[in-house]
Design a protein around this ligand. Structure first.
Ligand code: ZN
Length: 683
């Protein structure tokens, strides 16, 4: 819930190298400049682009820091099987079958059918399963069942994932409907509140239990008066067998044990080269948690991790985000290894240092304000490896840990992955997207000039301050908002950023050069929330993803409420729709009003109001406008989603000791996936 996904910022912002002002820091990495001609985009298929990111500054790290990154990156890659299995119980079998075909098929690899098969395989790798990584709908292959069968039979010298006693025929018969029948497990995460959310979701967090049974199971466990509750259900699968409901806990010796053992093996090595004592404790606590599955230890780990702000190298590794659970309790496995970008961190330091000023000047009800806005620690980082649910599709900002009481008592760590946004920006410098959907040249130029910087500042405000601001009234839990929690939480953080980005304080602090930059951000947000994000929705579908719902909610609400004063107008020119902001000051006031209401909803746990807001403004799609936008977008021949290949780290050993680590940037997406499938396959 505390993640910002760019995924699409590349389309919102036509990136540009802005005029840098004092205190404003872009990743002007000399490395990137030195590597002129670096191929940012290496593949494009379906609705996806595959990009690469650089790791500027890696060579300047000490050998010990590099060794640490190497160990942590191995720990990050060993969880790949877990995320496949969590996303859907048959994903591993499907992936292994696809891998075997890609490696072993002896037939013609130049036909249109083969091409279609490869697109399907690439999509499965990208989504860590057969459901779209963003919409969570099952995507359909364009080849026939017969062709699939011929591929399996025509592959030689490879191993298919056969169960004991299972024949190739059995495997084919088993997989065909799963892959090809659109009605079988059609949705990974159901959001339809009129149906059973658990039984209608294909995600592998529950087996044989209904929503009611799952809710009752946890209602019995949860002690509402516990001020420091564990994250119930976070690291387990809830199953019903022989009439009994119990949790299969993810731990060494438990569910996903073999993969977790590998993760632990590499974490143990990492602990030996930790940068300092606190970081060593962090790693050891995580190992302890993985061994026991004890969620108390997970909280202890999170607290230690928040306290470690000194280490240059840092990492995320665990069952963390709950977006994929329709009940918002169970977490998917993810990993990220990174190190600090000290130059760029100066910008967020300025914002963080003023946390109390922002809280005091926030338009929310004083009852819901934090008396002391503490512990906001933020930094700009360079991603070194992406793993689990962060690979290949990755967030651009992360704010953890998630439990509210830990955030309140110990603060949180917020990071912006600037080498990732830089790669996005670089890869779409000449995109025709901006000109197509922007009303006039003046607005477009402003976005080109300030959009990239303003987008980064929006992310900083959203992550460093937005999620951490405000407080819940006693007895209120974030789960009270159920399936509306995530979109409301994202809207809250977005509104915080939107309200303050237009504040003169940001210019005064030197974070933004002038008010024009804030206007550019408003232009982008309105264009996106009311119109362009629709390119990611299929015709006839509604908006489901939490961040998209949040953006739609915010934009539609201010558009509606601003109508009497014509704050935003809808203009049609040559049959094309545009949304134009007429009054930026009034728009800011509207953002403030909605922030106030959403903070109230959050603080009071007002489920009905959350539902009404989200369902009224954040879900529905105007079919006419949708059609037009898709049509305009289709003509541009762009792909709306992007993800990244990882670099490769290779240890250099002398006398059995690692003395250095070499980094390289492979550019073959298929090879990376096959390599990961071979090297890190254990479940
Ligand atoms: Zn967020």
């Amino acid at each position: 819930m505390k993640k910002i996904l760019i995924l699409l910022l590349l389309m919102l912002v036509t990136p540009w190298i802005t005029n840098c002002k004092k205190g404003e820091v872009k990743v002007k990495d000399t490395k990137a400049e030195a590597k002129q001609g670096f191929k940012w985009q290496v593949d494009q298929f379906a609705d996806i682009r595959i990009l690469r990111y650089q790791v500027p500054g890696f060579e300047e790290l000490t050998p010990r820091q590099k060794e640490l990154i190497y160990y942590l990156s191995e720990a990050a890659l060993w969880g790949r099987d877990i995320i496949f299995d969590q996303n859907y119980r048959h994903n591993l079998k499907i992936r292994k079958t696809l891998d075997a075909i890609v490696e072993g098929y002896q037939g013609d690899r130049t036909t249109p059918d083969w091409e279609k098969f490869m697109v399907y395989a690439k999509r499965v790798w990208f989504s860590n399963g057969i459901h779209h990584h963003y919409s969570t709908d099952k995507f359909m292959p364009e080849f026939s069942p017969e062709y699939f069968e011929s591929l399996v039979r025509g592959s030689q010298g490879v191993k298919f994932p056969l169960e004991p006693g299972q024949s190739l025929d059995d495997l084919i018969a088993f997989l065909k409907p799963i892959i090809i029948d659109p009605t079988v497990d059609a949705k990974k995460v159901s959001q339809d509140p009129s149906r059973d959310l658990v039984t209608n979701s294909a995600v592998n967090f529950y087996e044989g239990v209904t929503q009611k049974e799952a809710e009752e199971f946890y209602a019995r466990l949860i002690n509402k008066n516990d001020p420091t509750p564990i994250s119930y259900g976070l690291n387990s699968r809830l199953v019903k067998r022989d009439g009994k409901i119990f949790e299969e806990v993810y731990r060494v010796g438990g569910k996903y044990g073999p993969a977790i053992e590998k993760i632990v093996y590499w974490l143990e090595k990492a602990a030996t080269v930790a940068e300092n004592d606190l970081q060593r404790q962090v790693i050891e606590k995580l190992i302890d948690y993985y061994r026991t599955g004890d969620l108390k230890k997970w909280d202890e780990y999170s607290i230690l991790w928040v306290k470690d702000t000194e280490s240059a190298v840092d990492f995320i590794n665990g069952f963390i985000e709950v977006y994929n659970d329709p009940l918002g309790m169970k977490a998917t496995w993810e990993a990220l290894v990174n190190f600090k970008n000290p130059e760029a961190t100066k910008r967020v330091d300025v914002i963080s240092a003023n946390a109390q000023w922002f809280e005091d000047n926030s338009p929310i009800d004083p009852r819901f304000k934090r008396e002391k806005a503490t512990g906001v620690s933020a930094k700009v980082i360079t991603a070194a490896i992406l793993g689990g649910d962060c690979y290949p599709s990755t967030p651009i900002g992360i704010n953890l840990p998630n439990p509210n009481w830990i955030r309140r008592m110990y603060g949180s760590k917020s990071v912006t992955l600037e080498n990732i946004t830089y790669a996005y920006d670089q890869s779409s410098l000449d995109s025709p997207f901006g000109p197509e959907f922007t009303y006039n040249e003046e607005i477009l130029e402003r976005i080109k000039k300030y959009g990239s910087l303003a987008g980064n500042v929006h992310t900083d405000l959203h992550e460093c301050l937005g999620h951490g601001s405000g407080k819940l009234l006693p007895g209120v839990k974030s789960e009270d908002l159920k399936n509306y929690h995530s979109p409301i939480e994202e809207a809250r953080a977005d509104l915080f950023a939107l309200y303050f980005i237009m504040d003169p304080k940001l210019v005064e602090l030197g974070v933004l050069p002038n008010e024009e930059a804030a206007k550019a951000e408003y232009d982008v947000q309105i264009r996106n929330g009311l119109m362009t994000q629709l390119v990611r929705i299929e015709p006839g579908k509604t908006i489901e993803q939490a961040h998209m719902r949040a953006r739609a909610l915010v934009s539609h609400w201010v558009y509606e409420k601003g109508k009497p004063e014509n704050v935003i107008s809808r203009v049609t020119r040559d049959g094309k729709t545009y949304f134009v902001i007429n009054d930026y000051k009034k728009l800011r006031r509207l953002y403030g009003e909605l922030l106030k209401e959403i903070q109230r909803i959050t603080s009071e746990g007002d489920y009905r109001a959350a539902r009404d807001l989200v369902e009224t403004y954040g879900v529905k799609v105007d079919p006419e406008l949708h059609k037009e936008v898709l049509e305009r977008y289709r003509k541009l021949n762009l792909a709306p989603y992007a993800g990244f290949m990882n670099p490769v780290y290779e240890p250099v050993e002398e006398n059995g000791k690692i003395v250095d680590v070499k980094i390289s940037y492979p550019e073959d997406y298929v090879q990376q996936m096959l390599y990961y499938g071979k090297k890190y396959s254990i479940l």
